[in-house]
Design a binder for this molecule. Structure first.
Ligand SMILES: N[C@@H](CCC(=O)N[C@@H](CS)C(=O)NCC(=O)O)C(=O)O
Length: 123
């Protein structure tokens, strides 16, 4: 039963991934200088995520639209990043944005909080 639910969930996730890819639209355009600055700013960030999780897809969509080259780290079972997420953030829940700035590390959970943070900072 657990396997069936997981299968259905992943299947639905893959459908949402395809719909997202088909309807993403265009990326935000910036001057080369501004884009370079943004690229540098996001070097300190990484998104822990699952490929087919709807909350992760929603977050990745915002990251795509805002043209942010944020590193994606899979938190799926078997991935080395899963342990990092648990140890650093305190729970296995995705999406989670790791932000390292001024020697401090913040683990931001909740897709709506991550999206609001990125839009406020980069839109
Ligand atoms: N309210 C959260 C929901 C996140 C959530 O439920 N994520 C699921 C995956 S879709 C999760 O991480 N579950 C833990 C697990 O599968 O181990 C958000 O919007 O980010």
């Amino acid at each position: 039963m657990k396997i069936l639910i997981s299968l259905i969930r992943n299947l639905l996730g893959c459908i949402i991934v395809i719909l997202d890819l088909a309807t993403r639209g265009t990326k935000l355009k910036r001057t080369p200088e501004k884009q370079q600055q943004v690229n540098n700013d996001v070097k300190s960030m990484a998104l822990y995520q699952f490929f087919a999780c709807p909350f992760c897809i929603k977050t990745r969509r915002t990251i795509y639209k805002l043209n942010l080259p944020i590193e994606m780290r899979s938190a799926s079972e078997g991935s080395p990043h899963r342990e990092e997420l648990l140890t650093g953030g305190g729970q296995i829940k995705v999406p989670c944005l790791r932000i390292e700035e001024d020697g401090k590390v913040e683990w931001m959970y909740e897709s709506s909080d991550i999206i609001r943070y990125l839009e406020t900072r980069f839109a």
